[in-house]
Design a protein around this ligand. Structure first.
Ligand code: NDP
Ligand code: MG
Length: 379
């Protein structure tokens, strides 16, 4: 089995290559945004046949560093699409909407997809799942909660026997704070996640709880569950990665140390399991496990995501596109923490909804959502 890694220079991408290194998997294609130095290092180690940077200028800079190596170098969307179909299995670890079209290309080619890029399902869940059904492409979630649910559902023959999916949520760095106190938190605070080391965007999403909202939508699409059957529970320790409750009241959970290499590896080896570089969980060391309700008042992004989930159609694309831009502005210190939810809510109000959207309508909703955020972000 060979692999392609989209977003190989990021948090999930690097951990995927760590797993590939341990399992001696051939790496066919790597893609990055702007980190030429890291991409050059990865290319020298893994010798893919294709390497992709986000722009022609960056591709040229990479080519200079890789002179003499038999590696084709491409850029932009065409490069991402080529990389997505270059191997048997593709790990989609780019961040944001840019992951959607390569995922669709991999699905069309009938590849196995280890799906880390959650924005793909949030923006276009119906389209993506329908396409996968048509081509038989396997989508195996990498997101730890969805991987947990995937594992808990492995022996379930009839989804009617599932009562609910329970997504656990660490609560992020601001657990227990009030909405007023949250208005003053800084970028540095928000980037300090208690349990997971991740890319900047998902770290901010974890602080606003938008991440859990996106995951609710992701779970609804992956497992064909209505919103009412997806519950979020705060679990500060991140030991239980998620649970499934069945009609008889039995609950199955998957536990493990908070290390993404475990779900990444499972997406590559499933249905087999192999020794993993992630540290084993020591039950005697993980202390009491606690559970709590999320505070929907202090963290409005979770409620906004649920409203978008209920609305369906293009609402997911609007939510996700608006959130991407708002998070970017927050990371640039141009808006405050509470502005993120305000701007996402405004975009959901501004952009007209379309039911059963095609790709063009989804891309348009995303564009309008981004425009709305820029228009209302203020000076
Ligand atoms: P990172 O920000 O660490 O990495 C993102 C990757 O995408 C980098 O390789 C980056 O390249 C590349 N990239 C960014 N923008 C573009 C672009 N416009 N075109 C092409 N490539 C681009 O993110 P994470 O690894 O944390 O997250 C990746 C995805 O996985 C997200 O959707 C996230 O929600 C999801 N996820 C992440 C988890 C985690 O633990 N990190 C857990 C569960 C899900 P470069 O750095 O070279 O610019
Ligand atoms: Mg997650």
């Amino acid at each position: 089995m060979s692999i392609a890694v989209l977003g190989s220079t990021g948090s999930i991408g690097r951990q995927t290559l760590d797993v590939a290194r341990q399992l001696h998997l051939p790496v066919q294609a790597l893609t990055a945004g702007s980190n030429v130095a890291e991409m050059a290092r990865q290319c020298r180690e893994f010798r893919p046949s294709l390497a992709v940077m986000s722009t022609p200028e960056l591709a040229e800079a990479l080519a200079k560093q890789l002179q003499g190596l038999p590696i084709a170098i491409l850029s932009g969307k065409a490069g991402l699409l080529a990389a997505a179909t270059a191997a048997d299995t593709v790990i989609t670890a780019v961040v944001g909407m840019v992951g959607l079209e390569p995922t669709l290309a991999a699905i069309a080619a009938g590849k196995r997809i280890g799906l880390a890029n959650k924005e793909t399902l949030v923006c276009a869940g119906e389209l993506v799942m329908a396409a996968a059904k048509e081509t038989g492409a396997e989508i195996i979630p990498v997101d730890s909660e969805h991987s947990a649910i995937f594992q808990c559902l492995a022996g379930c023959r009839d989804r009617q026997q599932v009562k609910r999916l329970i997504l656990t949520c660490s609560g992020g760095p601001f657990y227990g704070m009030t909405r007023d106190a949250l208005a003053g938190v800084t970028r540095a605070h928000a980037l300090r996640h208690p349990n997971w080391a991740m890319g900047a965007k998902i770290t901010i999403d974890s602080a606003t709880l938008m991440n859990k909202g996106l995951e609710v939508i992701e779970a609804m699409h992956l497992y064909a569950m209505p919103l009412e059957q997806v519950q979020v529970v705060i679990h500060r320790q991140s030991v239980i990665h998620s649970l499934v409750e069945f009609t008889d009241g039995a609950m199955l959970a998957q536990l493990g140390s908070p290390d993404m290499r475990l779900p990444i590896q499972l997406a590559l080896t499933w249905p087999d399991r192999k020794p993993c570089p992630a540290p084993a969980l020591d039950l005697l060391q993980c202390g009491p496990l606690t559970f709590d309700r999320p505070d929907m008042e202090a963290f409005p992004c979770l409620g906004l995501a649920m409203a978008a989930a209920k609305a369906g159609g293009t609402a997911g694309a609007v939510l996700s596109g608006a959130n991407e831009v708002a998070v970017e502005l927050f990371l640039q210190d141009r808006i405050g923490f509470s502005d993120i939810s305000r701007l996402v809510e405004q975009a959901l109000d501004d952009v007209p909804q379309t039911a059963g959207p095609n790709l063009a309508q989804i891309l348009e909703a995303d564009r309008l959502a981004r425009q709305s955020v820029i228009a209302h972000a203020g000076g």
